[in-house]
Design a protein around this ligand. Structure first.
Ligand SMILES: *Cc1c(COP(=O)(O)O)cnc(C)c1O
Length: 374
């Protein structure tokens, strides 16, 4: 049996090597390394696939968030509502730009922003809401957009973990990142659509925002050497775009395989005492960037993680510290659900390449551990 990894990038490359190598060779021969043909082709392919008018490649998912808030040009000190049970990038970007993250709770079952808690957090200084589509499912965008429209707020979606997830209710539908004013995504190697280094993209249906974003990502230039905005150097490399284009044709297959892995975990873990398998939201599909268990308590979680480690099985805690408790972003605010989840979540190996025998081995080890500890 191959050694088990959270994400098997070597296994994936081995499967796709001929296509990826050819795509890279083509860029090397054309030498259009910056803003080359593959970048434009990828933007067009994503725009088509996710039914969004404008896609703008950039250097990484964190820059995408920074560019989004630079484009909105909010007054200093504006408040942006987001969740504290999340990755740090969004909060970091807000603070860098002189904006204030205001944290609301997440749902204890789906781990997603609790939209019913958002309205109470709105003040006269609130200018935007930034939902994070955590682990591969989408925040309830229909009520969120209604609230944003009612209070005249921007919505910036962080879709780094949810590329391809689809929201669908009788009243609204759309892909992750395309329903708010701006959406962002990341092509970090371990993401569902990952390149071989850093990469990211922005989505918007707003022509004026698209123009601003494109300009900001390229030194604020509209015409070469004419700088209209204070921007950044944040472009998606042509080499990375070529890799992404080659992988994009397999993304539906990756999603299918991830769902099959999740289904096998669900079945293998059903009924185990103290272990909750991930709950699905009713209104979006799940692309399983992560398969995250909720354990009974910190002791059980940490003991399970340690046990799996001794058996050669990696697992990860996304995320061990809520953002309002991080030294760099400290805020005095009471978020019991987010705080509790940090002590109980455990993500298992999840990738399209996880073999059935590897998964059986993982499941047997979890079952043994739970049965022994009873
Ligand atoms: C990965 C990730 C990011 C940042 O993406 P990078 O490309 O690593 O900068 C932002 N938000 C979330 C939720 C992520 O998972």
């Amino acid at each position: 049996m191959r050694s088990i990894q959270m994400v098997d990038l070597q296994g994936q490359y081995a499967r796709l090597a001929s296509e990826i190598d050819a795509a890279i060779q083509q860029v090397l021969q054309r030498a259009d390394f910056i803003q080359g043909g593959a970048v434009r082709a990828l933007e067009a392919a994503l725009s088509d696939r996710y039914e969004v008018k404008h896609v703008i490649g950039c250097a990484n998912g964190t820059d995408a968030l920074q560019l989004a808030f630079m484009a909105l040009d909010l007054p200093a000190g504006s408040e942006v509502i987001t969740s504290a049970f999340s990755y740090a990038a969004l909060t970091e970007v807000l603070l860098l730009l002189g904006l204030k993250p205001v944290f609301v709770e997440v749902d204890p079952d789906t781990f997603l922003m609790d939209v019913s808690a958002v309205e109470a957090a709105i003040t006269p200084k609130t200018k935007a809401i930034a939902p994070v589509h955590l682990y591969g499912q989408m925040v309830s965008m229909e009520p969120l957009m209604a609230l944003a429209n009612k209070h005249n707020l921007y919505v910036v979606e962080d879709a780094a973990q949810a590329i391809g997830s689809q929201y669908c209710t009788p009243g609204a539908h759309g892909f992750a990142g395309t329903m708010g004013h701006i959406g962002t995504t990341s092509f970090f190697p371990s993401k569902n659509l990952g390149c071989y280094g850093d990469g990211g993209a922005l989505y918007t249906n707003d022509e004026a925002l698209a123009t601003r974003l494109r300009c900001l990502a390229n030194h604020g230039q509209t015409v070469k050497y004419q700088h209209d905005l204070v921007g950044m150097n944040s472009r998606l490399d042509t080499l990375q775009a070529a890799v992404l284009l080659a992988k994009l044709t397999h993304l539906s297959d990756f999603e299918k395989r991830r769902r099959a892995v999740a289904h096998r975990y669900d079945e293998g873990l059903a009924g185990l005492s103290g272990i909750e398998v991930p709950k699905r939201t009713v209104d979006s599909s799940h692309v399983f960037h992560q398969y995250t268990l909720k354990c009974e308590n910190r002791e059980q979680r940490d003991a399970l993680k340690a046990h799996l480690f001794t058996q050669g099985i990696p697992s990860m805690i996304y995320y061990p510290i809520p953002l309002h408790w991080q030294t760099a972003y400290k805020q005095v605010v009471n978020l019991p659900v987010s705080e509790d989840l940090c002590t109980r979540v455990l993500s298992l190996p999840m990738c399209p390449e996880l073999a059935i025998e590897q998964q059986e081995y993982i499941l047997n080890n979890i079952r043994n551990f739970i049965q022994k500890s009873q």
